[in-house]
Design a protein around this ligand. Structure first.
Ligand code: GTP
Ligand code: MG
Length: 213
């Protein structure tokens, strides 16, 4: 899939301010500064779409973008950044957790992980929470350009070895670089596949829950 049209729809400070759930939705989340906004801009061929910053905590709202008039892409606030007060942090976490659990049109949550770091406790805890709450997620490794290919492969293997100590299998994973536009097609083709699979956005997560009953 090629993104031909990406239009900012609206920002919301809670799930109640989100657009009407009329389209399928694909959201991006991860630790602050992991590269969410950069990745979104890369996917959309638009460097001005989502705000990128070297200062963690830039994205503080739920931002919806309408893509190709047919689905929503969502930029979520980062979790676990150190420089905000505890009160603020819990406010963001409430926004994130509420959105992930309750947004019925959310098809896949992409959890971004920095490809240069060992598995971070907070990422592990967040993904485990997703598992417990049956939130479908995939992993996107970011900033792949910052390491050599062999270091990258070694680091990802270490992360996955750690995860598989706790999990039976890995979710879908993607390796990306916003800087070098790496992994773009893999992510977009995966979204396209999901869009075609899930005909009725409103039913998406309800269907899955019903099947399990
Ligand atoms: P918050 O909105 O604060 O939660 O951050 P974010 O996750 O949206 O990160 P953002 O996209 O703002 O990027 C953070 C920093 O990492 C910026 O300085 C980016 O230029 C840099 N960065 C992001 N992606 C890449 C990448 O693929 N390669 C390299 N080399 N740098 C990147
Ligand atoms: Mg951001």
């Amino acid at each position: 899939m090629e993104i031909k049209k990406a239009i900012f729809k609206q920002s919301a400070s809670s799930i109640f301010g989100c657009p009407k759930p009329t389209l399928q939705e694909y959201a991006f989340i991860g630790r602050s500064n992991v590269g969410k906004s950069s990745l979104i801009n890369m996917l959309c061929n638009n460097n001005k779409l989502a705000k990128v910053s070297a200062t963690p905590g830039k994205t503080q709202l739920i931002n919806h973008f309408t893509i190709n008039d047919s689905w929503f892409l969502v930029d979520l606030p980062g979790y676990g950044f150190a420089k905000t007060s505890k009160d603020n942090r819990s406010k963001f976490e409430t926004i994130i957790y509420d959105y992930c659990k309750k947004r019925e049109t959310l098809v896949v949550l992409f959890v971004l992980i920095d490809s240069r770091l060992p598995l971070q406790k907070i990422d592990f805890e967040f993904m485990s929470w997703c598992g417990e709450n049956e939130i479908p997620f995939s992993i996107i490794y970011t900033k792949a350009d910052k390491n050599s290919k062999s270091e990258l492969a070694k680091n990802i293997k270490n992360i996955e070895t750690e995860l598989l100590k706790e999990w039976e299998e890995m979710p879908n994973t993607f390796i990306t670089s916003a800087e070098k536009k790496g992994g773009k097609e893999d992510v977009l083709d995966f979204i396209e596949f999901q869009i075609n699979e899930n005909r009725s956005p409103r039913e998406t997560r309800k269907d899955a829950a019903d099947e399990e009953e």
